[in-house]
Design a protein around this ligand. Sequence first.
Ligand code: SF4
Ligand code: SF4
Length: 447
Amino acid sequence: MSLKDKVRDAGVAGCGGAGFPTAVKLGGTYEYLIVNGVECEPLLRTDRYIMRTFADRVVSAVSAVQKELAIPNAVIALKHNYTEEIESLKKAIKAAGASITIHQLESFYPAGDEQTLVYEVTGRIVPPGGIPGKVGAVVDNVGTMLAIQDALEDIPFTQKYLTVNGDVAKPTVLKVPVGTSFRKCLELAGGTLNDKFVLISGGPAMGRIIKQENLDKEFVTKTTSGILVLPADGYHAGYQDMNPRHMLSRARSACIQCSFCSQLCPRALLGHPLRPHKIMRRMAVTADIKTVLDDPEIQAAQLCCECGVCEIYACPMGLQPRRINGLIKRELAANKIKYNAGDIALAADAERENRKAPSKKLAGRMGLAPYYDADIKAFIEYQADEVSIPLKMTVGVPCVPCVKKGDKVKAGDIIAKVPDNTLGAQIHASIDGKVASIDDKITIVKE
Ligand code: SF4
Ligand code: SF4
């Protein structure tokens, strides 16, 4: 069986972002395989744990992918201050005699953004709206590489590494079965320090904010990189509560057109024609988004990766260009409008190096300085008695259950499949047990 088939059968999906089914990426021709170990979101430590602990398995997977796809250059990219991880990887590369280089980046955000990373490693600029493959690169996260190594050994993707950090008694890296409840993960990290808090699934800049009352609806998926417990009265509190009308009226009354959001936007700094300050200017005089969708300046919102630099770091007025771009993107998608930048010459901004957002400062703007330098060494591997595995965990369509209530399953059995001719990653049982219920999740309870 080919590596690609093994990866598909194991249900591997990208661990670092939205969860693109990995097998699909393994079908192209590339000059660069870039393994993303940057972990640029403050407070997360999952990828660092993986690189320290499983450097040999990561290196083995990188070599296997490199060989299978005949990729001339394999690069593991991470931050220069990850000294232990760099050491572990260097040792593993030497021991394996692998042809892999290590690329060290400064500590800026979003260094791990795919397009930023491709530029940092190769000097090539992914065209606006394009994917790294357009410039001969494929990017995969280190956690994905670990899952690929498992797949090569016929181990399906059923276990997830994640960081629990913030206001918990013992910030910890966990290995848990997919489908473990967030509540259990918090317990494993010693519990929360305060009665009231805000939860984030993922990193503090791009992660999904979860209200405390919704804690029991959350379960670990193939893409959960972290669970953060943050103050109930901090930066993230109420962020999502502001409705679009209020957000736009604030933009109208308070945007001073300083253009800092555009000057510091990582995509604009790569030469992409995205200018959030111009979008804000246009939106300030627009009563209804639908009336401006034919404007190319507005359509350029599709180039926004929603990293949040513009609102967390750049805007002196506390406005939300990222969220406004998000609204526009959804409206454009609903109207099937795709931005086309045309055949433009691309060059990174001459000031790019001076305008990178330092990670520590960015974390400070979100009130996260007290947690920023946490040296998390605690690790727990947990065997769950009950899991609820969502049918949609990756990019693509939800999987279709192939088990029914009452069925007995073993860890590793396929319990939901990707419908024919669609995109997705099949799902395996992550524990032994009995199927207790099926809705938008499959719940398995140990007998
Ligand atoms: S969120 Fe803001 S800074 Fe980030 S890409 Fe979008 S417009 Fe640029
Ligand atoms: S940084 Fe803020 S105030 Fe300045 S142009 Fe952008 S949205 Fe307006």
